[in-house]
Structures are given as C-alpha cells and as structure tokens.
Design a protein around this ligand. Sequence first.
Ligand code: ATP
Length: 209
Amino acid sequence: MVRKPLLKIGLTGGIGSGKSTVADSLQKKGILIIDADRISRELTGKNGRALAQIKATFGEKSVVETGMNRDYMRGLILSDNTQKWRLEQILHPMIRKEMQECYEHADTAYVVFDIPLLIESIDRYKDFFDHICVVDCDPETQINRVMARSHYSRDQVMKIIALQAPRTKRLEYADAVIHNDQEVTLLQLEEQVNALHERWLHESSKKEG
Ligand code: ATP
C-alpha cells in the first residue's frame, strides 16, 4: 500500500530559544522528532559513515579514534570559510538522506524535523517542509538561558548568536511562531505547543482524506 506523505514540520530557533523543550513536548505526545544534530553527530562519531570522506578531503589529522577530530576541524573552519563549505558539502547530503529515511519509516500523524540551523541552510530545504515553526525569543533571554545551563560567558554566547541567522530573518520564513521570551512560563510554552499540535493534527487528518 502506498502511504500518503506525512505532514513535515521544520522546527528551528536560535541557541537557547527553547527548541529542545518544544521538541520534547511534541515527542511526549507521540510525534516523531528527527534531530539533525543527532544525525550529524552519528555520521561524524566513532565509525560514522562520513569519516572516510572527511579523511579523504581534509587529511589524516581530521579523523581520530573517536570519530571526527572536532578541535582540528574547528580550527580549520575558523581559519578558512571554504573549509566550512567543503565539510557542509559532505555532511548536508548525508544528513538529508538520513532524515528522509527516518521520515519514510515514520508512523506518526506528522513529523517534526529539529534543525537548529535550518534558516542558515534554507536553500537546501526550500520546498521540503509543509510548515516552518520558529521558537522565538529576544537575545537577552537566549544569553541568560545558555549561561544558566553551561559554562559559556556572556561574550561567548553573544558571539554564537552573531554567527547564527538574525532573529528577523528566522521570523521571515516562519509560518508558525512559538513565543518564548523570559516572561513566558513553561506552562504557557506548553499551551502554545498544544495549540500547534492540534492544528497540525487537524491538517494531517485532512491530508489523509
Ligand atoms: P540549544 O540551541 O542551545 O540546544 P534550545 O533552543 O534547544 O537550545 P532548550 O534547551 O529547550 O533550548 O532551552 C534552553 C534552556 O532554557 C533549558 O534549560 C530550558 O529548560 C530552559 N527554558 C526554555 N524555555 C523556558 C521557559 N519558557 N521557562 C523556563 N525555562 C525555559
């Protein structure tokens, strides 16, 4: 039996915006979450499928016993933007293929793709999603949240935010926005997630006919 394609939701947001909290909540409702970062870590971790190509492209030092040599690659990428591009050329098609395979085996009402840097690579994902959902908050909230859960300094978080897509650009692509500023409680966040969940369930039931 050929199954109808399931609704595809791209979930994104800046560092510390609350994506994982939203994804966890949807997962608890039984929705499949396909996590692009996890796939990327598997591809580049011990015995990962991307390692052979990484070694062939960047040399012996780029791969160690535990997988991709992250410190070495970080240095390479920071010193030369074309190296970042070359690594992405290897990883992105593999991540995309893996996501597609997970999607094809999905057995939930709709599927959420958790992709932190979705807007940064929007050209690769145009036409892939039915909806793009952005978890949005102001930079001050991002800084406070990330500092509270890690050893990063304010400056370090600000640098990461500056490297990510600007908030305005992320919102331009969103057709669903979850507001998660400092004053939003976890309960209010959950209420927004519930409302979107209902909307997407409804839409997927119509899609199934
Ligand atoms: P990253 O991009 O760094 O992985 P993220 O966007 O996935 O971050 P989360 O990990 O979901 O963000 O949230 C960051 C931190 O903020 C977590 O400790 C989470 O519990 C907390 N948090 C998120 N939203 C709220 C909220 N509305 N109220 C209280 N705490 C929150």
